[in-house]
Design a protein around this ligand. Structure first.
Ligand SMILES: NC(=O)c1ccc[n+]([C@@H]2O[C@H](COP(=O)([O-])OP(=O)(O)OC[C@H]3O[C@@H](n4cnc5c(N)ncnc54)[C@H](O)[C@@H]3O)[C@@H](O)[C@H]2O)c1
Length: 396
């Protein structure tokens, strides 16, 4: 691998994913006790803090917990648990869940999105006490980075599953990034080609919020991996590469000037570029015969030709079919499988790795984002936030 003219930043592998989970601000006992279980314990319904006015009035009033972005980051579950939550979400489709395809409106800025994403997960209690019900509202404006703002802003509302009383409102930016990267993690666990002991070669296309969230997952699941990072704005790629040490991403990150140089020779491609007018830009000839391509950005890079030739997997079939249109996924076939189906058919190999039943040739996993994952993550985060006393409890 030549380094001439390219930025190369060596970083230790398998570091804590500090950018998403500042665990130093979480007590040891809480971290140790969190395990892999989604705690759906209902939050306290009364404001315990004596300093708020009208406390006596609120003794009889329902309240709601507001978690700002920093609270959500502090309460974020550790990376292995995030992978478990993603898996739990994907397995729930077709069974213990309800999630209509996203609905949206269309703000004036080109390629902007505004989506409402309701979801329900049924727990095991017959009275519904451990169900989760909620809604994410996410709005994205691709011109925002030019004025110093994140592309996406999102809020998430959780309700009591037995009464409908609102329980919490929280910032969902960090949740969106974390749950999306964790779903990609499931795809990697299921479909990563065998590199026969050689460290994996990974291409990350786009160097924004999603790329930042994916680096810790890549570093955790593929220790020793080397990453080539391409962004049309090379300063963004250089900035992310420089940050990668604290993100705990990969063994090495190399910034390359274009998509082709990033993907050639890659075992895994993670595509996270912004929405824009030019869809399906990547030439599949640049990809290896066994490449796993994880498309987080719909069809911005992955062409229909790749989807038709590869084993083609989505996160949720109905939502993919509702999205495929004259604007999105033009020419794409019906999916061969969903991630949930692949999980149900998967086996653990002798090395303890989860492997999908089918894995030969290229695999394209397009996950469009499921509100159910947001609700599952938010329920776990709310439980931790209550334990840690985070956020503000407000009267309804
Ligand atoms: N599937 C999901 O669940 C899910 C969730 C959130 C975001 N997304 C999608 O993921 C993508 C990334 O989101 P984000 O929040 O990181 O956005 P972002 O705006 O923070 O970053 C996107 C980056 O892509 C770069 N880029 C755009 N076109 C490019 C190209 N042709 N080649 C190289 N780089 C290019 C931009 O310069 C920018 O740095 C978006 O398409 C978004 O809609 C999907």
């Amino acid at each position: 691998m030549t380094l001439a003219g390219k930025r190369f930043v060596g970083v230790p592998s398998r570091l804590a994913d500090a950018a998403i989970v500042p665990l130093d601000s979480v007590s040891q006992s809480d971290t140790a006790g969190s395990g892999f279980h989604v705690n759906n314990r209902r939050p306290a319904r009364r404001d315990p803090r004596p300093d708020l006015p009208f406390r006596s009035d609120r003794e009889s009033m329902p309240s709601i917990r507001y978690l700002a972005a920093a609270d959500v980051s502090t309460a974020m579950v550790p990376l292995p648990e995030r992978l478990a939550l993603a898996e739990k979400t994907l397995r729930a489709f077709g069974g213990d869940s309800e999630m209509p395809p996203k609905i949206g409106v269309h703000p004036r800025q080109a390629d902007s999105v505004a989506h409402a994403m309701p979801a329900l997960l049924r727990g095991s209690a017959a009275d519904g006490s451990d169900d989760s019900i909620g809604l994410k509202w996410i709005v994205g404006f691709p011109n925002n980075p030019a004025i110093g703002l994140p592309t996406y802003h999102a809020l998430l509302l959780l309700n009591d599953p037995q009464t409908g009383v609102p329980l919490a409102v929280m910032d969902a930016g960090t949740i969106t990034a974390a749950r999306t990267a964790a779903i990609s993690g499931t795809a990697i666990r299921l479909f990563m080609p065998d590199t026969l002991g050689r460290p994996a070669r990974v291409a990350v296309l786009g160097a924004g919020a999603q790329a930042r969230a994916h680096l810790p997952i890549i570093g955790y699941l593929l220790p020793g991996a080397s990453v080539r990072l391409a962004d049309r704005e090379i300063d963004r790629a250089n900035a992310l590469a420089a940050e990668a040490g604290i993100l705990g991403g990969a063994a090495a990150i190399e910034v390359v000037p274009d998509v082709r140089q990033a993907v050639e020779g890659a075992d895994l491609v993670v595509s996270v570029v912004s929405f824009g007018p030019d869809h399906q830009s990547l030439d599949p000839e640049w990809l290896g015969p066994e490449t796993l391509f994880v498309a987080v950005d719909y069809d911005m890079q992955a062409p229909a030709q790749l989807a038709r030739a590869a084993f083609f997997v989505v996160d949720e079939r109905a939502q993919f079919l509702a999205t495929r249109s004259e604007s999105w996924f033009v020419g794409y076939p019906d999916p061969d499988a969903t991630l949930g189906e692949a999980l149900r058919g998967a086996a653990v190999d002798e090395a303890g790795r989860l492997r999908a039943a089918r894995r030969s040739g290229r695999v394209l996993v397009a996950h469009l984002g499921v509100g159910l994952a947001d609700v599952v993550f938010a329920s776990a985060i709310l439980a931790r936030a209550e334990q840690l006393g985070l956020g503000r409890v407000l009267p309804l």
